[in-house]
Write a protein that binds this ligand. Structure first.
Ligand code: A2P
Length: 270
């Protein structure tokens, strides 16, 4: 395994037309998950919930993968929440980064998990598994989310309790934030479950929705296409199963050019 490029000639070897940014902070949660922050290029604009192509020079070649930007659009830095895949072409290297290292970012962000892709509603559900929480980490820190919705439910399912920590830290950060705390108030509900060890809330969110426990625990009525909106980010199977539940409840899938009641995006791995 090669460490990411750290030499001073990195900028000269980096491909043209991409941003070369500096890592400012790295936090490891488990042997599978870590978070990092890096400088934000001047003039780089994105909508909360979008993803960008993040990369490293590996053996002289750039390797990229899609990463949801986990920081909100107003943040002066960029944050990402990543899986560590032992043999992953990018993450096997990216997991070794340290503050001061250089990371590549392609110039154009994109994505469907944006507020513009949803029709107006009252309650916004964000369904995530694993690193699929990342785009929602951006959206729950964006005041616009609370201007558009009266209630926001962040649902996060992981295998183990330790994998939920990023989400719990986020919600704590919001509650203690100098201006977000007041904007968010009690509008944000965090529903965190695990599937492979004991915890207060257990099971896949899909099973908990089907049994009705999810709604009872939250004290909300079942899904209603007139009121409820959804965003889904997780594995391919999780997207499929969650989408089926929303569609059975009468919600339809939207896109940037055709807003509707819910939108989906794959949580990228590799
Ligand atoms: P499970 O432990 O029952 O597989 P992963 O780390 O593999 O990406 O999984 C993250 C979480 O997503 C796990 O808790 C896993 O549950 C859950 N999960 C996997 N597949 C689905 C699915 N089809 N619908 C809902 N949750 C899922």
């Amino acid at each position: 395994m090669n460490a990411p490029a750290k030499t001073e000639d990195f900028v000269e070897t980096a491909p043209a037309g991409v941003f070369v940014e500096t890592v400012t902070e790295v936090a490891h949660y488990t042997d599978r998950l870590f978070r990092f922050r890096m400088t934000r290029p001047a003039g780089f604009r994105f909508r909360s919930g979008e993803f960008a192509m993040i990369g490293l020079m590996v053996e002289g070649k750039p390797i990229y993968r899609a990463y949801s930007i986990a920081s909100p659009a107003w943040d002066e830095e960029l944050e990402f929440f990543s899986i560590k895949v032992p043999d992953g072409p990018l993450t096997s290297h990216l997991q070794l980064i340290k503050p001061g290292d250089k990371v590549l970012m392609r110039k154009k962000p994109t994505g469907t998990l944006v507020l513009d892709a949803l029709t107006p509603g009252k309650r916004l559900y964000m369904f995530s598994t694993g690193t699929g929480i990342a785009p929602f980490a951006s959206l729950i820190r964006d005041p616009e989310t609370y201007e558009k919705f009266e209630e926001v439910v962040l649902a996060h399912t992981c295998r183990e309790v330790a994998e939920l920590k990023y989400g719990f830290d986020l919600v704590d950060e919001i509650k203690n934030h100098e201006f977000l705390a007041e904007i968010v108030g009690d509008k944000l509900k965090h529903y965190a479950t695990v599937t492979r060890e004991p915890f207060a809330f257990q099971g896949r969110v899909t099973d908990l929705m089907r049994s009705g426990k999810f709604f009872t625990d939250l004290g909300v009525p079942p899904l209603d296409p007139l009121i409820d909106r959804g965003m889904i980010c997780g594995s391919t199977e999780m997207l499929k199963d969650t989408k089926a539940i929303l569609e059975e409840a009468g919600l339809t899938e939207g896109a940037n050019n055709k807003p509707a009641e819910f939108v989906i995006e794959r949580a990228f791995v590799g």
